[in-house]
Design a binder for this molecule. Structure first.
Ligand code: NDP
Length: 294
């Protein structure tokens, strides 16, 4: 069984980022990412903090905007419009989930698609479906694809079963996997909460992706011998022995499943670290596209 660790693959993406960044800087350009956090949800705060730190570490311009939990829709849209117009900002990410009085869809649609490095604007999702390389694909599914590519796992002609149909992960990953080209050309099945006899379906997977949000949901009954398993899930479970009182686990029961797999991603240390790496890559590409190449 091969453990597909995210860190070395993320490092390869960062090496690529550094080399692209050097060229941009030499030509007088500095990619900028703005991350907007509304409210003080601790998990969102932690994500925004790591995005900001990674920008600084790589030498990107980073703008962290923290807004009160009771920020009005009008104020948030004003901020997005301001960032859309700011030439120093090439990527904008509004951290989800937003407080319940704010409509996420309206906010996503307000972001200039050319700066939508999270890849959730309808224009970018349309480009993803059309296989237009000028679009931005959502970062977590792109990260999964990159992991398969870097690990040398063939996807062409393989049956990929994705459990989960969110735009953020499952549906977008299905589009990436069924596209034409390297790291794709797969036959894809998407399963969700209404799927009948899930284990019978997932046992047909050469590559099984779990993006469900339920701790340890995928067990040995769901996995055929020799499958590749990509665990996107990040779930907190109580653990009195842990310093913080909880620990992070995936959607896959790793200990029960690993022995059956050809390759599997751990949680933490798997897909999770890829998301920020792909965000950095998208931001640099947004800058490159904004200046018309390089
Ligand atoms: P969503 O809640 O948006 O989607 C979950 C999907 O799982 C839905 O399509 C749902 O089906 C499906 N599902 C739920 N229960 C079952 C079930 N019993 N059987 C089959 N399918 C089921 O979650 P996300 O896609 O946003 O995230 C999924 C997981 O990935 C979470 O653990 C999240 O924390 C993690 N995540 C990790 C990231 C990373 O960086 N690694 C980034 C983003 C997410 P239905 O549509 O019918 O409700």
């Amino acid at each position: 069984m091969k453990l597909i660790e995210g860190k070395p693959i993320a490092e390869a993406v960062y090496a690529e980022c550094r080399s692209e960044l050097e060229k941009l800087k030499a030509a007088g350009h500095l990619p900028g990412l703005a991350v907007v956090l509304v409210g003080d949800d601790p998990a969102s705060k932690a994500y925004v903090g790591s995005k900001d730190r990674k920008c600084q570490e790589l030498g990107l311009h980073s703008l962290k905007i923290e807004m009160d939990a009771d920020t009005s829709m009008e104020k948030l849209l004003e901020k997005v419009a301001e960032l859309n117009a700011d030439p120093a900002i090439h990527g904008i990410l509004v951290q989800m989930p937003l407080p319940s009085h704010l409509d996420e869809d309206t906010v996503i649609r307000a972001i200039d698609p050319a700066k939508d490095v999270d890849g959730l604007h309808p224009v970018n999702l349309g480009k993803l479906a059309m296989e237009d390389p000028t679009g931005f694909a959502p970062c977590t599914p792109s990260g999964c694809q990159r992991m398969l590519l870097e690990t040398g796992i063939e996807t062409e002609g393989k049956h990929v079963v994705v459990v989960g149909r969110s735009l953020l992960v499952g549906k977008s990953l299905a589009l990436l996997m069924m596209a034409k080209g390297a790291g794709a050309n797969a036959t894809v099945t998407v399963a969700h909460s209404r799927t009948r006899d899930l284990p019978a379906l997932t046992r047909q997977a050469d590559i099984l992706v779990a993006a469900i949000g339920r701790p340890h949901f995928i067990g040995p009954d769901h996995v055929k011998d020799g499958a590749v398993v990509i665990d996107v899930g990040i779930n907190r479970i109580d653990d009195p022995a842990a310093k913080r009182g909880y620990r992070l686990v995936g959607d896959v029961d790793f200990d029960a499943v690993a022995g059956k797999c050809d390759a599997i991603t751990p949680v933490p240390g798997g897909v999770g670290v890829m998301t920020i790496a792909m965000l950095m890559r998208n931001t640099i590409r947004a800058c490159q596209q904004a200046i018309g190449g390089l």
